[in-house]
Design a protein around this ligand. Structure first.
Ligand code: SF4
Length: 223
């Protein structure tokens, strides 16, 4: 296991119930179930399931569409050139990779990196929803048009989705370019920079609002 995938069982972390009623005590329990998943055809061609990695208490979760060849080989999300660029993007707004949680909608690689098919998304999305329930992030960064269209259930262009906060379920989401797209189109990096700056500002606002409400609760408890 990668050192910062997540720590051993931690009783202070929440548990969730699967659709079948099976409880997942924490991310490790969920990852074990996902790693033996054969719900869709991608289980036959994968080398590794790529569950995701990062801080189980991360307030920011980064979601891409699916693992590529490097990720499939290593069983880790966003490695290789795209991953290195993602690390730099996060660092540019003072996030270390290990402070956030990084994952994909699909946990197994589609052959030749084709886009996820509708039935594969339908099979795999419950895993992501359980993962998010356990993580309970304040903010989600969606990387690329495919991930954003899939999660937000629209067919909008990147231009129409990026640069603003979008509500999805209980989560505030932001959309920006996938690092692989930035490697192909370096001219889009400026827009991505603006997106992540805005994301950082919103993240800080959410965190300071939570810190303020915690202080209020503590003060009321002491009154
Ligand atoms: S892509 Fe998701 S649903 Fe399909 S086999 Fe992998 S983990 Fe299971």
């Amino acid at each position: 296991m990668h050192p910062f995938l997540f720590s051993d069982h931690d009783d202070t972390l929440p548990s969730v119930q699967s659709e079948a009623g099976a409880p997942f005590r924490d991310l490790i329990g969920l990852s074990l179930a996902v790693k033996s998943c054969t719900k869709c055809r991608l289980s036959a061609s994968r080398k590794n399931v790529v569950f995701g990695e990062g801080d189980p208490r991360a307030a920011l979760v980064v979601i891409g569409e699916a693992p590529g060849a490097d990720e499939d080989s290593q069983g880790r999300p966003f490695v290789g050139r795209s991953g290195q660029l993602l690390d730099k993007i996060l660092q540019a707004v003072q996030f270390k990779r290990e402070e956030v949680f990084i994952c994909n909608i699909l946990k197994c690689r589609p052959p030749q990196n084709r886009n996820p098919l509708a039935d594969e998304i339908e099979c795999c999305m419950p895993w992501l929803l359980l993962q998010l329930e356990l993580l309970n992030p304040k903010l989600i960064l969606l990387l690329g048009k495919v991930a954003a269209n899939t999660i937000l259930q629209n067919s909008l262009s990147m231009g129409a989705m990026r640069g603003r906060i979008v509500k999805w379920k209980a989560y505030d989401c932001m959309v920006t370019y996938h690092p692989a797209a930035l490697l192909r189109n370096p001219g889009w990096k400026k827009a991505c920079w603006e997106d992540v700056q805005m994301m950082r500002q919103h993240y800080d606002k959410l965190c300071s609002a939570e810190a303020h409400s915690r202080t209020m609760v503590t003060n009321n408890d002491q009154a």
